[in-house]
Design a protein around this ligand. Structure first.
Ligand SMILES: [Zn+2]
Length: 51
């Protein structure tokens, strides 16, 4: 198993640019939004339900 915690602090404070939440951020897409906002946006982006 790998725990790459440093990855989250690589760019200082990251938080959701929509709601400002710092937890549950999704950075894999470089969108800078949390899971909650992602799911809300996902439908608009054309994604199906993100599980
Ligand atoms: Zn958010």
């Amino acid at each position: 198993m790998q725990q790459d915690k440093s990855r989250f602090k690589n760019r200082g404070n990251r938080k959701c640019k929509i709601c400002g939440n710092v937890r549950g951020l999704i950075s894999m897409y470089g969108m800078g939004v949390c899971r909650k906002c992602f799911r809300e946006r996902a439908e608009k982006f054309g994604f199906k339900k993100y599980s």
